[in-house]
Ligand binder design. Structure first.
Ligand code: SAH
Ligand code: SF4
Ligand code: F3S
Length: 467
């Protein structure tokens, strides 16, 4: 290993530029940061400009057909950049990572032969070696395809974060999924469920804190299935892990995503009652309000079970707000099934949501189910579902106006000077006038305006003026 690192460093001595484009979920955002961390010691520095890059990584998502299509159209564009660089005698590496890489493997190079590297989500700790192979002397140069699920835990090989995210950071605690919902590619692209040990997670949380993070979002494809090795060999669940992260001095806010209703146990519900630093906001995907469809989806929960969890959460933490995911037009979904989803939305009430038309994914059981719906039927249902959900989101945002809420300022605003972007406890985006030095602080903000996807607010004059 040591010798390999030495060889790798020798090969890539001068500084090189790396551009990463990320699609998909928060886990992919986390992975992209880690790829940059893994490549930093061998000389790669991040750039926002693909045309200036010596290496471009597309970190991809396979969840719906559209997500996958985007990768190939982007590759077509990048080929021109690569050709232009080659005409100037410069070598640019083009890599496809993430879930499309895992699902399609070699096929990507067959379809786009100018791609140099294809590697799945469980192999990127090996990037320095893969880059060395792809760069190789011309005689030895080879294309790299690595879609293994190695037995060694990737996390043990990842360096500590070197490119901090700012005040709000992601921390992967669990990866993979054993649930096998019939519509979903994730169990095939991310592999079996794996929980990191508590000590490694706490070390990473402290490291993020030392780099300026005060909010940590614990990530996992099935985050509440977390069962990691704790002190004395005991297994620790998510509720206890959150308590341990919340004890770290300097960490002010903890969140977690994405959860599955089946794994929402009492300890975790109690954590919402007992841990002030755990934010009163939860993303809990349901997918459908119809038990028949949930069964066909292999979701392992009913609509009533979901509503019971919502009730228990609201009892534990009366100010909690919920967000969810829906799929409309699953094979065999009738108008009556669909209306059960609308009824569930009315009963549960959601502050935020994501909803999608069902997209058949190759290799998943639902792709072969009878009763595929026409595109126009799916579109019409999605519109009705979103009209109802958006009316709830707007009402929730409007209910915040006039209140004073703590806001974590996480970055400069996009608009005019001295506008900051922040997040409320409910993860709402908020734009507030304030000095850049306030970034990283949590301050009370009076909410003055509500929009469908964000809020406006103002700081006390003293806080705004303070030098
Ligand atoms: N692990 C999470 C979510 C994973 S994917 C969970 O268990 O809920 C994010 C969302 O994409 C899902 O919640 C689902 O709503 C949507 N999705 C997944 N597969 C899909 C498909 N084949 N077609 C449409 N939407 C899909
Ligand atoms: Fe996909 Fe279901 Fe696993 Fe979520 S729980 S990642 S939707 S298979
Ligand atoms: Fe997409 Fe893979 Fe995440 S398919 S949603 S990037 S786990």
């Amino acid at each position: 290993m040591e010798q390999m690192e030495w060889k790798t460093r020798r090969k890539i001595m001068s500084e090189r530029k790396l551009h990463i484009k990320t699609w998909g979920c928060q886990m992919n955002v986390y992975d992209s940061n880690k790829m940059a961390d893994v490549l930093a010691p061998v000389g790669y520095r991040l750039t926002d400009d693909p045309a200036a890059a010596d290496m471009i990584i597309l970190n991809t998502c396979h969840i719906r057909e559209k997500a996958t299509d985007k990768v190939f159209s982007e590759l077509g564009r990048l080929r021109e950049i690569k050709d232009a660089r080659a005409a100037q005698g410069q070598k640019m590496l083009l890599a496809v990572a993430g879930c499309v890489a895992q699902a399609e493997g070699e096929f990507i190079i067959e379809r786009a032969p100018y791609v140099d590297m294809v590697f799945g989500p469980q192999t990127y700790h090996l990037l320095p070696e893969m880059v060395l192979d792809a760069l190789g002397d011309d005689a030895k140069r080879k294309r790299v395809v690595n879609t293994d699920f190695p037995t060694e835990a990737k996390f043990d090989f990842l360096p500590a974060a070197q490119s901090p995210d700012g005040p709000s950071a992601f921390l992967a605690i669990q990866e993979g999924c054993d649930k096998f919902c019939t519509f979903c590619v994730v169990p095939y692209t991310r592999g079996a469920e794996f929980s990191r040990p508590v000590s490694a997670i706490l070390d990473e949380a402290r490291n993020l804190r030392d780099q300026g993070a005060c909010e940590i979002t614990l990530l996992g494809q099935n985050v509440n299935a977390y069962h990691g090795a704790g002190p004395n060999g005991r297994t620790v669940g998510l509720g206890a892990l959150i308590a341990a992260v919340a004890e770290i001095e300097g960490i002010s806010r903890v969140r977690y995503m994405t959860s599955h209703p089946k794994d929402m146990d009492q300890n975790l519900i109690d954590a919402h009652r007992d841990i002030d630093k755990l934010m009163p906001y939860l993303h809990l995907p349901i997918q459908s309000g119809s038990d028949e469809i949930l069964e066909k989806m292999n979701r392992k929960h009913t609509a009533a079970h979901y509503l019971d969890i919502v009730a228990a959460l609201r009892k534990a933490r009366p100010d909690i707000a919920l967000s969810t995911d829906f799929i409309v037009g699953f094979p065999g979904e009738s108008e009556a099934h669909f209306e059960e989803s609308l009824a569930l939305i009315r009963e549960a009430g959601f502050a935020s949501s994501f909803s999608f038309k069902y997209s058949p994914r190759p290799g998943t059981p639902a792709a072969n189910m009878p009763g595929l719906l026409r595109e126009d039927v799916k579109s019409e249902r999605l519109q009705r579902l979103q009209d109802l959900l958006y009316s709830q989101h707007i009402a929730f945002n409007a209910s915040c106006v006039g209140k004073t809420m703590p806001v974590l300022f996480d970055r400069p605003g996009k608009g005019q000077d001295e506008e900051l972007h922040g997040r409320t406890a409910y993860n709402q985006s908020i734009h507030v006038k304030g000095k850049p030095r306030l970034i990283g602080q949590i301050l009370p903000v009076e909410i003055t305006g509500a929009f469908p996807n964000s809020l406006a607010g103002k700081l006390e004059t003293g806080e705004y003026m303070a030098a």
